[in-house]
Design a protein around this ligand. Structure first.
Ligand SMILES: [Zn+2]
Ligand SMILES: [Zn+2]
Length: 227
C-alpha cells in the first residue's frame, strides 16, 4: 500500500512539475531514465539482488545498496521477495503478478498482498539492507522535502519523472512477456527497457547475468560491475 502511495506521489510531482516548468527539460529525465534503468534497475536491482547472477565489486555493491533504494518499487528486500516468488510461480495462481490470472488492473493499480517470505530472501537479510527496508519511505519523504525546498527543478526532472519512467518500465516487464499466459520474448520491451525483453530466456536461465551478445545491461555488468 505504501509503495502505491509513493508511486502516486511521484506521478503527482511529475504532472505538477511539467505544468509548472513545461516539458522542455523532459529530455534530461529521459536520459536519466535510460541510465538508471540499465545500471540501477536492470543490473543492480534485478540481476544482482533479485537473482544474484554475478559477484559485484565491493565498491559498486556499497553504492548499489543506496542507489537501488531510489527506485519507486519498494526496498531491495521487498522487491526481490516479490520477484523471486514471480519466478517460482510464474503464470500460475500463486504468481504475484500474472496478467492472465490477476489481471492488468491488479498489476497496475492493485496492492500486492502476499506477505514477504523471509525464506525467499535469506541472503539479503544483512543489517544494512534491513535498515533500508525499514527506512525506505522515510528516506523518500525526506528526500522529496529537501529537494522541494532547495532544488524543486531536480525534484521534478531528476527524481520524479525518471522514477515514473522506471516504474512504467517495471510494469511493462510484468505485463508484456506474460500477457498470453506463458513467458515470451518481446523486441519492443527490449528496446524500451534496454535489455529486459528476452524474458523467456531469463525465466529459463535466471542466474545468467547476460541475455545474449548484444545485451547492453549484460555488457555493462561484465565491464564495470562484475568482480
Ligand atoms: Zn517474468
Ligand atoms: Zn527476474
Amino acid at each position: 500500500m505504501k509503495v502505491r502511495l509513493l508511486q502516486l506521489w511521484i506521478l503527482l510531482i511529475s504532472i505538477i512539475g511539467i505544468y509548472y516548468y513545461g516539458v522542455l527539460s523532459i529530455w534530461v529525465s529521459i536520459f536519466l531514465y535510460l541510465i538508471t534503468n540499465v545500471i540501477i534497475g536492470n543490473a543492480m536491482l534485478h540481476r544482482y539482488y533479485g537473482h544474484r547472477s554475478f559477484k559485484m565489486k565491493l565498491s559498486a555493491e556499497k553504492m548499489s545498496r543506496w542507489l537501488c533504494h531510489h527506485l519507486p518499487m519498494g526496498s531491495v528486500i521487498g522487491w526481490s521477495a516479490y520477484h523471486r516468488l514471480h519466478h517460482k510461480h510464474s503464470d500460475t495462481e500463486l504468481d504475484v503478478h500474472s496478467p492472465t490470472i490477476q489481471g492488468y488492473f491488479h498489476i497496475i493499480f492493485g496492492v500486492w498482498e502476499n506477505k514477504i517470505s523471509k525464506k525467499v530472501v535469506k541472503d539479503l537479510l544483512t543489517p544494512e539492507l534491513i535498515w533500508w527496508h525499514k527506512h525506505y519511505f522515510t528516506y523518500h519523504i525526506t528526500l522529496s522535502v529537501v529537494l522541494l525546498w532547495l532544488f524543486p527543478w531536480c525534484l521534478v526532472f531528476v527524481y520524479a519523472i525518471p522514477n515514473f519512467l522506471n516504474l512504467i518500465s517495471a510494469l511493462l516487464i510484468a505485463i508484456v512477456p506474460h500477457r498470453s499466459g506463458e513467458v515470451s520474448n518481446s523486441l519492443m520491451l527490449d528496446i524500451v527497457t534496454l535489455g529486459e525483453g528476452k524474458h523467456n530466456y531469463h525465466h529459463k536461465y535466471p542466474f545468467d547475468y547476460k541475455y545474449g551478445k548484444y545485451d547492453l545491461t549484460g555488457i555493462f555488468i561484465e565491464r564495470v560491475l562484475k568482480k
